[in-house]
Design a binder for this molecule. Structure first.
Ligand code: PGA
Length: 253
């Protein structure tokens, strides 16, 4: 049984793309999507293309998202982008705590929580990523790792804008590897995350979307999103191909 929570399919372009791709892909996706439906589609291009994508957005169900946001509101932080700046570019979302940021930029769960708080304060919806590595899964530490990552953001559940939070379970071993979690593996974790949310914030637990990410493709998206606690997808590689991405968005309906 699927839930009545609104669905979200977010395309994380990572450091891929070009102006040419923006101009081809964004209109193609918007043209293919019916105006009404249950699923919101979010484009998360590299920051330099946010303005370009923003100028092309003309679909009621399509929105813009950043791939990262600073924990600071302004100041001498070379290279960082403040949530209020992203908001000015018409961003409605920002991914935070992607495993590539945690791994290559040393982002701790505490920093991820601070980034998510900065996003919420500025009126952006943070898509907070959590996930375990293969070694952690194989040593049966999946839940311990996820619980640590979640505990860091527990305080946000009391935020006045807490209902704007989005979680994304992205097993690190499934990202960019072509090895996706099975629908049952995804549901097992999503169910645990939902149970954790129920303990922390019973009134909110049923409302917050939990997306799955990690090698989501047109041919596995429907089965993943048919799981009761999988409320959408965070899509990397397949979000760069219009046909694949459109098919994933359609399967979220
Ligand atoms: P992938 O990436 O779909 O290419 O596995 C997902 C992600 O990292 O968000």
């Amino acid at each position: 049984m699927t839930s009545s929570r609104p669905r979200i399919v977010a395309g994380n372009w990572k450091m891929h793309g070009s102006r040419e791709l923006v101009r081809a892909l964004v209109p193609a996706v918007q043209q293919a999507l019916p105006a009404t439906g249950h699923c919101q589609v979010v484009f998360c291009p590299p920051a330099v293309y946010l303005g370009e994508v923003s100028g092309l957005l003309n679909h009621p169900r399509c929105a813009l998202g950043a791939q990262d946001v600073s924990a600071q509101s302004s100041g001498a932080y070379t290279g960082e982008l403040a949530a209020a700046m992203l908001k000015e570019l018409a961003c409605q979302f920002s991914i935070v705590g992607h495993s590539e940021r945690r791994r290559y930029h040393g982002e701790s769960s505490e920093l991820v929580a601070a980034k998510a708080a900065a996003a919420l304060a500025a009126g952006l919806r943070p898509i907070i990523c959590i996930g375990e590595t293969l070694a952690e899964r194989e040593s049966e530490r999946t839940w311990a790792v996820l619980e640590q990552q979640l505990t860091a953001i527990a305080g946000l559940l009391q935020h006045e804008r807490a209902s704007e939070l989005v979680l994304a379970y992205e097993p690190v071993w499934a990202i960019g590897t072509g090895r996706t979690a099975t629908p049952e593996q995804a549901q097992a974790v999503h169910g645990q995350v939902r149970a954790w949310l129920k303990q922390q914030a019973p009134g909110l637990a049923g409302q917050l979307p939990i997306l799955y990410g990690g090698s989501v493709k047109a041919d596995n998206a429907a089965a993943l999103m048919a799981q009761p606690d999988v409320d959408g997808a965070l899509v990397g590689g397949a979000s760069l191909q219009a046909d694949e991405f459109i098919a994933i968005c359609r399967s979220a309906e």
